[in-house]
Design a protein around this ligand. Sequence first.
Ligand SMILES: Cc1cc2nc3c(=O)[nH]c(=O)nc-3n(C[C@H](O)[C@H](O)[C@H](O)COP(=O)(O)OP(=O)(O)OC[C@H]3O[C@@H](n4cnc5c(N)ncnc54)[C@H](O)[C@@H]3O)c2cc1C
Length: 423
Amino acid sequence: MSSSSASGSQDTPDIVVIGGGIVGISCALFLQRDGRRVTVIDPAEPGSRDQTSFGNAGSISSSSVLPTAMPGIYKKLPGMLMDPTGPLAIQWRYLPRLTPFLLSFLRYSSRANAENSGRAIASVIHRVAAAYQILLDETGTRDLVVRNGALKVFKTDESFATSSFERQLLEQNDCRFDVLNEDELRQLEPSLQPIFKHAIFMPDSQTAVNPGAMVRRFAEHFVAKGGKIVRAEARDVRFVDGVPRTVVTTAGEFDAETIVLAAGAWSRDMARKLGASVLLEAERGYHIMLPKPPVMPKRFITFADRKFATLPHEDGLRVTTGVEYAKVDAPPDYRRIRGMLPFAKESFRDLDTTEQSIWLGRRPTLPNSVPVIGRSPRHNNVLLAFGHSHLGLTMGPATGQIIADLAADRDPGLDLTPYRADR
Ligand SMILES: Cc1cc2nc3c(=O)[nH]c(=O)nc-3n(C[C@H](O)[C@H](O)[C@H](O)COP(=O)(O)OP(=O)(O)OC[C@H]3O[C@@H](n4cnc5c(N)ncnc54)[C@H](O)[C@@H]3O)c2cc1C
């Protein structure tokens, strides 16, 4: 490992990216395409189990525009506190620290605010397909993504009726979807048991069949093209004349003209040092890997009645689950995900629910589910890219493209006001 100097030699990075998950690596790739010398700092191997980008449900969504803070959510808060295994849960001992986040979350759950959040999410989502195409083509990773759309399935008329606000948001934001009846669903997705009365099909969504491998291959391409990845943790920043110029890490100090912060759920402390105070929390979520069922589903599926989702992963069926607010590094509570297995079993034909592996991840989340993408409010040479919540895998490449535009002083073609840290 070489510590860089401010001399501007060939080894000196123009840009240091803190964090090498899907967001950080996508930023690094788009910056590198612009001819920038980029160093990524991360204690974890890109694509490894330590990253949220490894264990998600693989949906590259064209349609997940519903923020978690949606109208009526306040009615669910007591239940969140009472049932640690429910689809939305809060660990009691974490409540005092979570209170400012929750108050802001409740404010954002008004209808008008939720519509604004949906609009901001959709504006990034509309850029996702084009940004992904560039990275998949250039890194030779097309084989890891299938374009079969995505499904949300409902067992009852009542549960389908609860999706009316979501469907309204999809319409308002020009996200294509079809409503399917029982027969249409059976024809489209024969892996499912015939217990679902309604479905929403989002034809433009894609599915990453091995998100960890995809991030790893993105990172390998970045290194093959001359990028550097340093296995270290960023701990601090040094300033020259009030401008952040050096990232202090566990493996030395790195000078840079520009610093990009993309450390996922761990971004809050570094963000504060870099001039941005944010209410960032970890919406923790779990997965279990099961053996491949005899009929593998063709796409990502969300099960509305029980709030779990499945990914047809290269290595088996991945079952993922809801939201747990707890300290980012608190021990896992696997009851939540194991409790979903009976529902997964009743949903798929001949599903073997023998647990192959189990995992906990942390979605980096702001109260309105809208990521921070843009300049630090205090420092022009600091670019922030975190807080992508349920949609980091989806939005990573589009975020990388915007960050590269900002680093090059190009117009990203998007009003970045909703994504400001000081929103
Ligand atoms: C169960 C589950 C299912 C999900 N399903 C989907 C889905 O289907 N579609 C979708 O779009 N999204 C999904 N998500 C969300 C998505 O996985 C995340 O939004 C995304 O992975 C966040 O990416 P990231 O790069 O910001 O964070 P991460 O992948 O967590 O990467 C952050 C990196 O920063 C590093 N880091 C932390 N602190 C420091 C430091 N001080 N110095 C240097 N490096 C540091 C970490 O080691 C880590 O490698 C899901 C999440 C979960 C938990």
